[in-house]
Design a binder for this molecule. Structure first.
Ligand code: HEC
Ligand code: HEC
Length: 370
């Protein structure tokens, strides 16, 4: 069993008969794209980045597994009336999120929160998912939207039977998992593999970082304005952005409250921890490709990067659970950064260097459907 799994999950070429069947509806390469061994720059090998990786030994990425995940991700069969796919709310060209404040589900209902970017989801040390971290693993998370009554409105049994009735899934499951059995566990594993493969490493920041010895020094490929913004982001003592949006993959270490509101109507992670100190704490996705997004924060309440920086600059609210990074340790008052308009623009310019034009166009992350 293990041997056949290994044999099928490497980069086996598809025989032409199977290729012909797949080609009726899909455009897939006969040798799968590389998802398992991404050509990440050497600074990705630092302990700080590695420790964030939430890939489990029970579900390593294989090229065929992620290929199957890609097809499922773009397949409208996943929604009750076959109108939407995962990709409808997590669009590649916008950094795998939605431009709308709230996303529209299969029958016109709205999601309770703003969609999250999936870029670098693989890097989050505690491995929990959603703004409120209600899913303990990515494998658990990916099955939720399918069964959510607003998002896709399906049952897993119905999805499995729909998949069995296609020509392409039996072949794709065979290459991904060694035989053509289709079940919820395999759907979850394949989707999680595809999502974890969405790693960004081709932004201007990545190029500059590869040429530098550390993230603090000026990058030679940056403009003076971008370096100024980077310096504020990395080293400012009042409101240290990098203290929370941490490491070269720009992810958080833990959920936190960033003072959007004095009192939170959305209680965040408190919903599952039941600990009052957690009211209003949220996870934030990686900031890579943040400039491609149109809405920001769990409720999509902020509409531009200027608004985001100005939130931290002078609008942090005294929430009872406000993060210590955002308040004066003596008075407990929220920090006021006092950035000048030029400094605000510099931070915004720096955030634009996190845009990775390669990943948002790369065919291996785009729709395989004809
Ligand atoms: C109708 C829109 C919609 C659809 C369809 C949808 N999502 Fe989402 N997704 C969202 C929203 C909204 C959130 C944030 C919800 C929350 O935190 O309460 C989210 C969150 C996520 C997250 C959490 C990211 C993180 O860092 O914690 C992942 C992963 C994800 N979605 C993957 C998927 C996959 C895979 C599919 C298809 C099976 C899918 N989504 C379908 C709207 C959607
Ligand atoms: C206390 C930790 C902390 C600090 C310091 C911090 N942030 Fe955040 N940031 C968060 C949290 C938590 C969220 C998500 C909050 C929410 O949605 O309720 C967030 C969200 C964001 C988002 C929106 C992400 C998205 O996908 O919508 C951007 C952009 C951002 N922060 C930029 C910055 C910048 C720039 C700075 C420095 C000026 C900064 N942050 C400082 C914790 C922090």
């Amino acid at each position: 069993m293990l041997a056949s799994y290994m044999a099928c999950s490497t980069d086996a070429l598809l025989p032409s008969t199977e290729m012909e069947i797949l080609n009726k509806e899909l455009s897939l390469p006969s040798k799968p794209y590389n998802y398992a061994n991404l050509n990440t720059p050497s600074f990705f090998n630092s302990q700080f980045v590695n420790i964030q990786n939430n890939t489990t030994t029970s579900n390593p990425i294989t090229d065929w597994g992620a290929t199957l995940g890609r097809v499922i991700y773009y397949d409208k069969l996943l929604s009750a009336n076959k109108t939407i796919a995962c990709a409808s709310c997590h669009l590649q060209q916008f950094g795998f999120t939605d431009t709308a404040k709230l996303s529209t589900g299969f029958s016109g209902g709205f999601t309770g929160r703003h969609s999250m970017s999936l870029i670098n989801a693989t890097y989050y040390i505690n491995g929990r998912f959603f703004w409120d971290e209600r899913a303990a693993t990515l494998e658990e998370q990916v099955l939720k939207p399918i069964q959510d009554s607003i998002e896709m409105g399906m049952t897993l049994d119905l999805l499995v039977s729909r998949m069995k009735n296609t020509t392409y899934y039996p072949i794709l499951f065979k290459y991904a998992f060694g035989n053509s059995d289709i079940n919820a566990e395999r759907i979850s594993k394949a989707l999680a593999q595809f999502v974890r493969s969405i790693v960004s490493y081709n932004s201007k920041y990545d190029i500059g970082r590869s040429q530098a010895t550390n993230h603090i020094e000026n990058f030679s490929n940056f403009t003076a304005q971008e370096n100024m913004g980077k310096k504020i982001f990395m080293t400012q003592t009042k409101v240290n952005c990098f203290g929370c949006h941490n490491t070269d993959v720009f992810v958080m270490d833990n959920p936190r409250n960033n003072g959007l509101y004095t009192t939170n109507t959305d209680v965040g992670i408190y919903k599952h921890t039941n600990n009052p100190i957690d009211i209003g704490k949220f996870k934030a996705p990686s900031l890579k490709n943040i400039a491609l997004r149109k809405r920001f924060m769990h409720d999509g309440s902020l509409q531009s990067l200027e608004d985001v920086v100005n939130h931290y600059n002078f609008n942090i609210q005294a929430n009872p659970n406000l993060d210590p990074h955002l308040q004066d340790r003596g008075t407990n008052k929220p920090y006021v950064m006092n950035l000048s308009p030029l400094e605000v623009e510099a931070v915004v310019a720096f955030l634009h260097t996190l845009t990775d034009e390669v990943i948002v166009k790369d065919p291996k992350y785009s729709s395989p459907f004809k």
